[in-house]
Design a protein. Structure first.
Lengths: 433, 433
């Protein structure tokens, strides 16, 4: 609420939007009561749904980000539209149970193995759209351009599935997807400065500008990207992306782990948003990015669960602060309310949804968190209940409402039912020998 | 099991110990069925129970470890035996719900405010013993010697509660506690090289040796301890502790975050165990310790939830690996089975309990983890189910058995009931203005 957290708040919706938000109200008899702390719906600004099938399967492997990527590519080869639909539906349902009401799917698995287009060229995107619809989440489909394997290296092997013929072919297919997938918010994706040549960046940026669509790009997740970019172009990834229109207020740079001080200034002064994915950046040994410096420079922050080693936006949000504590030996880089904002309004802005605050006219997306259970009992002074972002987990979300409609009721997914079973079945399909 | 994870395992107990452990068994009709993955009970090797009342209350504060410590001292002043009993009972019950079957309480809050002894000098230790008994956990009471505020600085203010007159007085009181608290395993604690003068270290070490008791000591949690120790003695904390008998196979060094390469060799070659407390070391901005190097040098590892910002030993265990990924850019420092061992057998050894493996003759302490829920579905290949340590949370523990008796049944605490309420009530008592 404008004055902070309030008690006995009546939320009324008109269609899928909030009509009134009234504190200290006497609820009408037919009102549904949400116990605990009610927050705007959590927004997962960066997802690769299929990576969920790797959870608990790569943890005995030595190596680094790149050896993990080889495992991820093997998995990518196993997917087709039906399997992807089943897997993403279950993953999005897991997200719903965790209080996530909107997800940005960074989607580059466009074509059949070898790169052959499906009869319906957007069959994979349509599978994701159906999955999100069935799981009750808003989907921003970040249709991602992925044209080469690295600077001066063509697509190879599993990567062939990711590639359109060129940026113009990508733009045509993405425009078709926008027309074919009406419930979905379309966004443009440039996979990275490695995967999209400079001229093609201009095309992606132009497509997003023309449609006033969000634009997402992986940026400096690994030092090797910086080194390759510098060697190939004499520029940092952020500088190269900026020269070709990829940065600015409609853009979300994902990770920004290994950005230079100059990059921080560039990102911030252009109001480029930054999506941090701390559980993934820790799992994949990426490192700790300069989140506070980026914020101070002017970049709005949001968070994503990315590889889904963990699906818990409270954990992502608090990790933004906790990892900077590890890096600096100091506490208090980010206020709890700023972390909650990153996980709600920040994500909504990055994905192009009019959500993330509980105010009349905004989308009626909100969640209830159990403050009486063991994890939150005693946590959060009455004047600072936002500190629950440091104590809550996905398991503490009890109710989820999207567009005024219940999606999760008392920890149960209203439509999908047994989400664990749906996950197990879908993952078995794509991992069985 | 010796050959790894097995199916349909029948555990039979004789009194509080396992009598037989049989895989592929046909269970008798009156056997209780534990679903999911059954593991040895988790062991929390380092706890300060009262810190739980700070969860979600210091996260808006800037500062560092030392400013947090000032808040912790304010809280310490609010405790008396009754309040401490109520708080610790609820905190230990939270631990039980998280699958923890034994806890090491690093106990230095011995006396009334100002340092005046209670009529029963071990009233606070007795409160902890009763709390653990009611919560169903095994307690190792690490009765901790705390004699000065820092090198050449006397105890002041809240610290006066921690201090006995001298090391001999500490030893007499600890010996009395051992006689008065029969269900409890007694251990010796030296708070730190800051708080215990060298001559007194000899007394603490002698007390532990004489009783063959475990000995625990905080070591190099913060760079400031190293600097002060070097300035005052010309030695690192590990070297000073070693000179005065505090290291060796009966000892657990807690944290060891800022140890030098020489310290690592010293700790490892003496087989001193190291207790990592990663969620606390991250929360308090301590930093990332060299866990893999310590293990390689010869130190057995265990984990503790310490300040209880988080009570989740799966999270502690995986953080040992995940934080080293952040520090190094590489994956695979610790195998999942080693992390699980740290959270079970490693902790049991550090606390002096004959537990931590499922084998005939060992204590019948074990837990069941729900592998069908959203977090674990699909995680852990059948040949490597230990990878669930990367996916499970405290909320996935369904059943807990200690000494053959059920403590948690289908996520409910058998004796304490509503643990959230018990926590809320106890925390309100010690935090209300």
């Amino acid at each position: 609420m404008p004055g902070g957290v309030a008690e006995r708040v009546l939320l009324t919706a008109d269609g899928d939007r909030l009509e009134a938000v009234t504190a200290g109200a006497d609820p009408p008899a037919d009102a549904a009561r949400l116990p605990g702390l009610v927050l705007p719906g959590l927004v997962n600004a960066h997802s690769h749904a299929f990576h969920r099938a790797l959870r608990g399967r790569t943890e005995s492997d030595p190596g680094d980000f790149w050896s993990w990527r080889a495992r991820m590519y093997e998995l990518a080869l196993r997917l087709d539209p039906d399997r992807y639909h089943a897997l993403a539906r279950a993953v999005y349902a897991e997200m719903a149970l965790a209080g996530i009401t909107a997800v940005g799917e960074f989607h580059y698995l466009h074509h059949a193995p070898g790169g052959r287009p499906y009869a319906e060229p957007n069959a994979m995107g349509a599978a994701l759209a159906a999955a999100a619809d069935e799981a009750g989440l808003r989907l921003t489909l970040v249709d991602t351009c992925y044209l080469r394997g690295d600077f001066d290296v063509p697509l190879r092997g599993p990567q062939l599935r990711f590639g359109d013929a060129d940026a113009e072919a990508w733009a045509r297919r993405a425009s078709d997807a926008a027309a074919e997938l009406p419930g979905v918010r379309m966004a443009a994706g440039a996979h990275s400065v490695r995967a999209v040549p400079p001229d093609s960046m201009d095309v992606v940026a132009g497509w997003a500008a023309e449609r006033d669509a969000p634009l997402h790009v992986h940026l400096s997740e690994q030092p090797a990207e910086n080194e390759a970019c510098l060697a190939a172009t004499g520029r940092t990834p952020a500088a190269l992306a900026d020269e070709h229109g990829l940065l600015g207020p409609r853009t979300t740079a994902v990770h920004a782990t290994h950005v230079t001080a100059g990059d921080v200034k560039r990102l911030g002064s252009g109001a480029t948003a930054v999506c941090l994915c701390p559980t993934t950046e820790r799992s994949l040994a990426d490192g700790i990015g300069p989140a506070a410096a980026l914020r101070d420079a002017g970049s709005p922050l949001c968070v994503g669960s990315d590889s889904h080693a963990v699906v818990d936006l409270f954990e992502e949000a608090r990790a933004v602060e906790l990892d900077e504590r590890l890096a600096t030996g100091r506490r208090g880089h980010h206020r709890p309310e700023a972390l909650l904002r990153a996980a709600t309004a920040g994500g909504a802005a990055a994905l192009g949804w009019d959500a993330g605050t509980l105010a009349p006219g905004r989308l009626a997306d909100f969640v209830a968190v159990d403050t009486a259970g063991v994890r939150l009992a005693g946590a959060g002074r009455r004047d600072l209940p936002t500190q629950v972002v440091f104590a809550a987990t996905a398991a503490d979300v009890t109710h989820v409402v999207v567009g005024g409609r219940p999606v999760v009721d008392d920890r149960a997914h209203v439509r999908v039912g047994d989400v664990g079973r749906a996950l197990g079945d879908a993952i078995r399909e794509v991992t069985a020998p």
